[in-house]
Design a protein around this ligand. Structure first.
Ligand SMILES: *Cc1c(COP(=O)(O)O)cnc(C)c1O
Length: 942
C-alpha cells in the first residue's frame, strides 16, 4: 500500500496516526493487535486471492470497459420496469449527492427531518394515488411488497383455509416470489385466470394486477366484492402512473395496494434498486410491515417527523415476527417522491396521458396493418397476437435497437413509457411489417374506470415546479440532516464507512442505469461479468464456494440462506428439521427470517460475558437434537466480541445434524483475517451496504448477498422468470435475477481498488479504532464486553446503565446531547438496553476519533454535574438536548446553564456548528395520534 493508493484514501488514520493509536491501546503493531484480538481457532493466515489493487483511474477505466459491453437498447419490455426521465435536478442533487446518499436510517429523528419530510411526501404520493389510508416508507421491490401483502392478508383475514388466489395476469416475477414466500408458511397459492375461472369457495386473500401484466385494464370491482363476501382481503398491485388516469384501488374497496415506484424517475438499473410500495386501508395500519414515517411534535410543541410505531420495530419482533424487512429503499423513495413534487399532479397526468396516447397509437397502427391486438382496454402495454411469429418480430425489433417481450411463440408485448418517441413507434411497426400509422387513435382506457378523484393536492406538490425552487427545496431538506458528509456516524452494527466518490461514479452511467433486468443476454455482457467477478471475490473473501447477489437487503439474504438450509434438509429426507437456534443477542431480523422460512425459533441464552452460553447451547441442542435445522449466530457477536467458542459451537451443531448460519453483517471485523466459510459455517449473508461501501441512503438501498458452501449451492436463489414456482425449485428472493444490480459497481470498485493488502489493513484499522475508542472512554464509561486480552472487535458497547441509575441521565439524553456536539449518536440500546454501541470504522481519521472521544468525555463531565446536584435533573443540557438555534436565541432563557453551554459545548467549532431543526421529539404522542401523510398547511399555522 503506497501513499497514492486508494486504500490510503479510504483508511482515515495515516501510518503516524496508527502508531499513536496503537500506543494508546498498548500494542506495537497492527499485526500484534490482530494476533491478540482474533482467536486462533478462526484465524486465517493467507493473503486473499484478489487482483492487485487498482488505482481510482484504473478502476474507472475498467468499469468503462465493462459498461461498453452493455448495450443500451430502447426498452419496451415492460413487465414492471419502464424507461423514465430522471429529472437532472433530482439525479445530481439526490442520487449523486452525499448529503442524501450517505445518511443513515432516521432512527435519530432530530437530525433526520429532511429525509423524513421527503419520505412523508412519498407516503402521501402513494396514499393519494392508491386511494388508501396509509403507506409505508418503501418496500424492497414490487414482488416482495406483494408477498408481504399476502402475509398481511393472512394475519388480517378470519378465513381458516390457507389458500391465496393470484390473478394469472400478474407479473411472473411477482408470482415466483409469492410462491417462494408462501410455501414455508403452508400457504397454497392458486394462480387462476379470473376472466374464465371462478374463485374458490374458501380463500383468505386475492392478488390482482392493475393493469395486468398483459397490459389489459379490467374492472376488478366485482372480484373485490366477491372476495370480501368470502372473508378474504384483496391486494391490488397497481401501477402508480396508470392511477393518475384510472380509478384508484381504494375506490373499489381494495384492502392493500402494492407495487413499485420505479417509473417515477428511478433508472431501471438492470433490476434495481427501486422503491416498492405498500399501502393499506384504514384499520390495517398497525399491521403494516416496514418503516412508517409519522407526524409528531417536539419539546416546544412544534411539528416534527419521526418513524412511527417504532417501539414494536414493529414487524421484526423476534419469534413473533411477521416480516423481516429492515433496510428498505429510502434513497429511491426520496427520488420517486421528489419526481411527484417536481411534476405535480398535472405533470404526472400529462406524462401518463402521453404514454397512453403512444400505446393507443401503436395499437391502432398494428390493427390497421392487420395485426390482432389482444385487449381492447389497456394503459401503456399492448399485447399483439402474431401466431408463430413472436420470435421473428422480437428479433426484427432488436435489429432496430428496440427490445420487445416475447410472451410466448404467438404473442408479443410492447410497453410504452415516458421515453417512448414517434421514431420508436415507427420502428416497432416496421418490425411487425405494418405501415407507419399517422391517424388519430381513440383512447383505450374504459370510461367507467376513469379517475374522478383528486390526488397530490398538498401544497408541496405544487410549490417546486421551477428548477430553482426544486434545487432549493432539495438543499433545504438536505441541510436539516446530519449525514457522513458532515461528520462521523459511529453506529454499531451498521458500519458507516466511507462511500468513495469513485465507487459511486458508474452507478449513473447509462450503460449501468438504463438496462432492463429482462434484456437479452447479449446486451448485458458487461453487467454479467461484473456480477460474476463480484460474486467470485466475495466467495474468496468469505471462504464460501458460491455467492448470489440476488437478495436486495441483509434480511433477504437471511431468508435466502435459511431457505437453502431448509431445502437441503428436505433433499436429504430430513424435512422434519425445523428448529432454528438463535442467541438472545441476535439482530431482530434473524428470528424474523427464521419464522418466514417456516422454522421454529428457540432462543439460546448469553452468559455474563455476552457470549453464547455453552451450557445453554448444549441443553438446547440436546432438547432439539432430532429437529435441529440450524443455528444463526452473528460473528463477531452483536456484542462486538470475537467469541472463542465459535468453532466448537459449529462442531456441536453439525454433530446434531444442523447447519450453521453466520450472520455476516459484522464482516468488517473479519475481512482478510478470518473466513466464515472456513471456520465452520455453512452459509452467511453479507451486507454490501455495510462492509462493502454501498451508502446507506437514509435507510436503503442495500444488497445482502447469500454465500454458501458447496452442499448448499444447488439451493441458491433462482431465476425470477424461471419455473421456480413450487417449493422444490430454487427460491426466488427478489423480482430481478441480480437484485439491486445497479449499485453493484460500488462494492466491485471497492474490492478492485483495495486489493488484498488494503482490505486486510482496513480490517486492522477498524479493529484498532474500536479499541482506541474503548481505551480512551473506558474510564468514563464502562465497556460492557470484551474478549481476548480485554480487546473488542470492530465495535464496543458503552454501558450507561450505572450512570443512569445514579443520575437519571439516560442513554437518550446522551445520544441527543451528542447532536449539540455535532455528532450522530451511536446505536442506542441495541443489543443491550441502556447502552450505546460505537463502531468507528477504518475510515474516520484520528482527528475525528478524538473529537468524538472528547465529546463523550465532556458529556461525562456534564453527567457528573447533574449527579452532583449542580444542575437539576429536570433542567440540564442533557435532558434538554438537542438545542435548536431558535431555542438558544429566544428572548427568554431561564435554564440552569448558560446559552453558550447549550449551543457551543466544549470542542464545538463555531464556524461548523450543526443546528438541528427541531428539539427532542415526542414519539409517543405521534403514535397515539397516528398521521402518516403530509399534514394540511393549516396545521402548520401554530
Ligand atoms: C444490518 C443487520 C441485519 C439486517 O440487514 P438489512 O440489510 O438491514 O436487512 C442483520 N443482522 C445484523 C447483525 C445487522 O447488523
Amino acid at each position: 500500500m503506497t501513499a497514492e493508493s486508494f486504500a490510503a484514501r479510504h483508511i482515515g488514520p495515516d501510518p503516524d496516526d496508527v502508531r499513536r493509536m496503537l500506543e494508546t491501546v498498548g500494542y506495537a503493531s497492527l499485526d500484534e493487535l490482530m494476533d491478540a484480538a482474533i482467536p486462533e481457532v478462526i484465524r486465517w493466515h493467507g493473503t486473499l486471492d484478489l487482483p492487485e489493487a487498482a488505482t481510482e483511474q484504473q478502476a474507472i477505466a475498467e468499469l468503462r470497459a465493462l459498461a461498453t459491453r452493455n448495450t443500451v437498447a430502447v426498452s419496451m419490455i415492460g413487465l414492471g420496469y419502464y424507461g423514465t426521465h430522471t429529472p437532472a435536478v433530482i439525479r445530481r442533487n439526490v442520487l449523486e449527492n452525499p448529503a442524501w446518499y450517505t445518511a443513515y436510517t432516521p432512527y435519530q429523528p432530530e437530525i433526520s427531518q429532511g429525509r423524513l419530510e421527503a419520505l412523508l411526501n412519498f407516503q402521501t404520493m402513494v396514499t393519494d394515488l392508491t386511494g388508501l389510508a396509509t403507506a409505508n416508507a418503501s418496500m424492497l421491490d414490487e414482488a416482495t411488497a406483494a408477498a408481504e401483502a399476502m402475509t398481511l392478508a393472512r394475519r388480517a383475514s378470519k378465513v381458516k383455509a390457507p389458500v391465496y388466489v393470484v390473478d394469472a395476469d400478474t407479473l411472473p416475477q411477482t408470482i415466483s416470489v409469492i410462491a417462494t414466500r408462501a410455501e414455508p408458511l403452508g400457504i397454497e397459492v392458486r394462480v387462476l385466470d379470473l376472466d374464465t375461472e371462478p374463485l374458490p369457495d374458501e380463500f383468505f386473500g386475492l392478488h390482482l394486477q392493475y393493469p395486468g401484466a398483459s397490459g389489459a385494464v379490467r374492472d376488478h370491482a366485482g372480484l373485490v366484492d366477491s372476495a370480501h363476501a368470502a372473508g378474504a382481503l384483496v391486494t391490488v398491485a397497481a401501477d402508480l402512473l396508470a392511477l393518475t388516469l384510472l380509478r384508484a384501488p381504494g375506490e373499489i374497496g381494495a384492502d392493500i395496494a402494492a407495487g413499485t415506484t420505479q417509473r417515477f424517475g428511478v433508472p431501471m438499473g438492470f433490476g434495481g434498486p427501486h422503491a416498492g410500495y405498500l399501502a393499506v386501508r384504514a384499520g390495517l395500519e398497525r399491521m403494516l410491515p416496514g418503516r412508517l414515517v409519522g407526524v409528531s411534535k417536539d419539546a416546544d410543541g412544534a411539528r416534527a417527523y419521526r418513524l412511527a410505531l417504532q417501539t414494536r420495530e414493529q414487524h421484526i419482533r423476534r419469534e413473533k415476527a411477521t416480516s423481516n424487512i429492515c433496510t428498505a429503499q429510502v434513497l429511491l423513495a426520496v427520488m420517486a417522491g421528489m419526481y411527484a413534487v417536481y411534476h405535480g399532479p398535472e405533470g404526472l397526468r400529462a406524462i401518463a396521458a402521453r404514454t397512453h396516447e403512444r400505446a393507443a397509437r401503436l395499437a391502432a397502427g398494428l390493427r390497421a396493418g392487420g395485426v390482432t391486438v389482444a385487449h381492447a382496454n389497456f394503459f401503456d402495454t399492448v399485447t399483439a397476437v402474431v401466431p408463430g411469429r413472436a420470435a421473428e418480430v422480437v428479433a426484427a425489433a432488436a435489429a432496430r435497437g428496440i427490445n420487445l417481450l416475447a410472451v410466448d411463440a404467438d404473442r408479443v408485448g410492447i410497453a410504452c413509457d415516458e421515453t417512448t418517441t414517434d421514431p420508436h413507434l415507427g420502428a416497432v411497426w416496421a418490425a411487425f411489417g405494418v405501415p407507419e400509422f399517422t391517424g388519430e387513435a381513440p383512447t383505450a382506457l374504459p370510461a367507467a374506470l376513469a379517475r374522478a378523484t383528486d390526488y397530490l393536492t398538498h401544497p408541496v406538490f405544487h410549490a417546486h415546479r421551477s428548477e430553482t425552487a426544486m434545487l432549493r427545496y432539495l438543499r433545504r431538506l438536505a441541510d436539516y440532516d446530519y449525514a457522513l458528509d458532515r461528520g462521523m456516524i459511529p453506529l454499531g452494527s451498521c458500519t458507516m464507512k466511507l462511500n468513495a466518490t469513485t465507487e459511486m461514479e458508474a452507478v449513473t452511467w447509462p450503460e449501468f442505469a438504463n438496462l432492463h433486468p429482462f434484456a437479452p443476454a447479449e446486451q448485458t455482457a458487461g453487467y454479467r461479468e461484473l456480477v460474476e467477478s463480484l460474486q467470485g471475490w466475495l466467495a474468496e473473501v468469505t471462504g464460501y464456494d458460491a455467492v448470489s447477489v440476488q437478495p436486495n437487503a441483509g434480511s433477504q439474504g437471511e431468508l435466502a440462506g435459511l431457505l437453502a438450509i431448509r431445502a437441503y434438509h428436505r433433499d436429504r429426507g430430513e424435512g422434519h428439521r425445523d428448529v432454528c437456534l438463535i442467541p438472545s443477542s441476535a439482530h431482530g431480523t434473524n428470528a424474523a427470517s427464521a419464522v418466514m422460512a417456516g422454522m421454529k425459533v428457540v432462543v439460546v441464552a448469553c452468559d455474563a460475558e455476552g457470549n453464547v452460553d455453552p451450557v445453554d447451547l448444549d441443553r438446547t441442542i440436546e432438547a432439539h437434537r432430532d429437529a435441529l435445522a440450524a443455528i444463526m449466530v452473528t460473528y463477531p457477536s452483536t456484542h462486538g466480541v470475537y467469541e472463542t467458542g465459535i468453532a466448537s459451537l459449529c462442531a456441536k451443531v453439525h454433530d446434531a445434524g444442523g447447519q450453521v448460519y453466520v450472520d455476516g453483517a459484522n464482516l468488517n471485523a473479519l475481512v482478510g483475517f478470518a473466513k466464515p466459510g472456513r471456520f465452520g459455517a455453512d452459509v452467511s449473508h453479507l451486507n454490501l451496504h455495510k462492509t462493502f461501501c454501498i451508502p446507506h441512503g437514509g435507510g436503503g438501498p442495500g444488497v445482502g448477498p447469500v454465500a454458501v458452501r458447496a452442499h448448499l449451492a444447488p439451493f441458491l436463489p433462482g431465476d425470477p422468470l424461471g419455473a421456480a414456482t413450487s417449493g422444490d425449485g430454487r427460491p426466488v428472493i427478489s423480482a430481478a435475477a441480480h437484485g439491486s444490480a445497479g449499485i453493484l459497481p460500488i462494492p466491485w470498485a471497492y474490492l478492485r481498488m483495495m486489493g488484498a493488502e488494503g482490505l486486510a489493513r482496513a480490517t486492522g484499522v477498524a479493529v484498532l479504532a474500536a479499541n482506541y475508542v474503548a481505551s480512551r472512554l473506558r474510564e468514563h464509561y464502562p465497556v460492557l464486553y470484551s474478549g481476548n486480552k480485554g480487546l473488542v472487535a470492530h465495535e464496543c458497547i458503552l454501558d450507561l446503565r450505572p450512570l443512569t441509575k445514579a443520575t437519571g441521565v439516560s442513554v437518550d439524553d446522551v445520544a441527543k446531547r451528542l447532536i449539540d456536539y455535532g455528532f450522530h449518536a451511536p446505536t442506542m440500546s441495541f443489543p443491550v438496553a441502556g447502552t450505546l454501541m460505537v463502531e468507528p470504522t477504518e475510515s474516520e481519521d484520528l482527528t475525528e476519533l478524538d473529537r468524538f472521544c472528547d465529546a463523550m468525555i465532556a458529556i461525562r463531565a456534564e453527567i457528573d454535574r447533574v449527579g452532583s446536584g449542580e444542575w437539576p435533573a429536570g433542567d440540564n443540557p442533557l435532558v434538554n438536548a438537542p438545542h435548536t438555534a431558535a431555542m438558544v436565541s429566544g428572548d427568554d432563557w431561564e435554564h440552569a446553564y448558560p446559552r453558550s453551554v447549550a449551543a457551543y459545548p466544549t470542542g464545538v467549532d463555531r464556524l461548523a456548528k450543526y443546528w438541528p431543526p427541531v428539539r427532542r421529539i415526542d414519539g409517543a404522542f405521534g403514535d397515539r395520534n397516528l398521521v402518516c401523510a403530509c399534514p394540511p398547511p393549516e396545521a402548520f399555522a401554530d
